[in-house]
Write a protein that binds this ligand. Structure first.
Ligand SMILES: NC(=O)C1=CN([C@@H]2O[C@H](COP(=O)(O)OP(=O)(O)OC[C@H]3O[C@@H](n4cnc5c(N)ncnc54)[C@H](OP(=O)(O)O)[C@@H]3O)[C@@H](O)[C@H]2O)C=CC1
Ligand SMILES: CC(=O)N[C@@H](CCC(=O)OP(=O)(O)O)C(=O)O
Length: 346
């Protein structure tokens, strides 16, 4: 049994971690930490946890955490874990950071896209990027894991198998992403207000989304060509779910079925990636509450363009589910341990 602490336990991804850890056979929840809500009982904020988890939210204390637990999840906004995670890693505690603080390898990139100065830049080079299906070997020996962003997870799982093929034009890749509102976290804001989101679809952060450099950095690892990605994000009137429509220009003639073969081979050992047969494409409801990423494909023979549809549940595979999947790998457990949920439907 590994003992666990969640920092930021009362946010959306924190409370999803509570749900997952509570039914995981090898993880036990020892400590939950918040910021402005420390002192409160978690059920004051989340009555759905009544008679299941009724712990107090504590103040962050490095020594107490290091004494009590083996693994720490940071489910905190950008700019928090960079101050706290390094000391825990130094003390031998395994950490998984759900924020963007350790995903980018350069502090300049972090400053440019997160508009913050990184306070522990030497750690940027030491993190392991936790896109499980792609980085499994590195994750096994990681001292700490930078869990990918939600859009980055959907976009990269959809794109990476094509990056190795030599079949695509690397200069014209487009990801069109759409997210449910839980992706913005629990803190209310004007942009997530019901009246702003309901019966509305809007683009946001065009050309400025923090997942652009994250995706470009990982794509570079896979094709050794610097990619300038067009990435558009949209907020849609839905609670959970991300759908990315990815457009890739092909430089050779290839059928949808041959594309499917490429993905079948790439994901042959990936229990959470499911491929749709030709002529059907996944929707967000088909992965709701689960750790699956479902992919569908269409080659338009008129334009010689490949469209990839990638869907995930942003709080699961996009955040807490993938964080648990990474902890499973880190501990040498079956990667599906505690994650074998059938999606919720309808
Ligand atoms: N929601 C999602 O779908 C996804 C989220 N992420 C990332 O995961 C992280 C958490 O997101 P989410 O759960 O949505 O966010 P929320 O806004 O819902 O929750 C943030 C949590 O962090 C806590 N917190 C804030 N500042 C501090 C601090 N200085 N020290 C300790 N705790 C602090 C808050 O505590 P309090 O309320 O008490 O102040 C709260 O518990 C973010 O970095 C986000 O970008 C990544 C992928 C998907
Ligand atoms: C709907 C919505 O606002 N979504 C968030 C996604 C947050 C996330 O996954 O990103 P980081 O972990 O990189 O902060 C956004 O687009 O910024």
């Amino acid at each position: 049994m590994q003992k666990v602490c969640i920092v930021g336990a009362n946010g959306y991804s924190g409370v999803e971690l509570i749900r997952l850890i509570n039914q995981h056979p090898f993880l036990s929840l020892e400590l939950i930490v918040s910021h402005s809500n420390s002192g409160k009982v978690i059920t004051d904020l989340y009555p759905h946890l009544s008679e299941i988890v009724e712990e107090n939210l504590e103040v962050f204390d490095t020594n107490e955490i290091a004494e009590k637990v083996d693994i720490v999840f940071f489910a905190t906004p950008a700019g928090v874990s960079m101050d706290y995670l390094p000391a825990l890693v130094e003390l031998g505690i395994k950490c998984v950071d759900l924020s963007g603080d350790f995903r980018l390898r350069s502090s300049q990139l972090y400053k440019d896209w997160y508009k913050k100065i990184h306070t522990n830049e030497s750690y940027l080079q030491q993190s392991t990027y936790g896109l499980t299906e792609v980085n499994k070997e590195q994750i096994k020996n990681a001292s700490f894991i930078a869990n990918p962003g939600c859009y980055a997870t959907a976009g990269l799982l959809g794109l990476i198998p094509m990056m190795h093929t030599g079949l695509i034009n690397y200069e014209s890749i487009i990801i069109d992403g759409k997210s449910g509102v839980s992706g913005a976290g629990r803190n209310p804001s004007i942009s997530s207000h019901f009246a702003e989101v309901n019966e509305n679809v809007k683009a946001y952060k065009l050309g400025a989304h923090q997942h652009i450099p994250e995706i470009e950095q990982i794509l570079l690892d896979h094709c050794e060509i610097p990619i300038k990605l067009t990435f558009s994000t949209h907020l849609i009137p839905m609670t959970r779910g991300i759908l990315c429509t990815i457009y890739v220009d092909l430089i050779k003639k290839i059928s949808t079925n041959e594309i499917l073969d490429i993905y079948r081979s790439f994901y042959k050992n990936a229990p959470f990636v499911r491929l749709r047969q030709e002529g059907t494409w996944p929707s967000t409801k088909e992965v709701l509450g689960s750790n699956f990423c479902d992919l569908g494909f269409f080659v338009d023979e008129r334009t010689n363009r490949l469209t990839i549809i990638s869907v995930i549940d942003n709080v699961m595979k996009g955040a807490s589910g993938q964080a648990i999947q990474n902890v499973n790998i880190l501990n040498g457990w079956e990667e599906t341990t505690g994650l074998s949920f059938t999606p919720v439907y309808p």
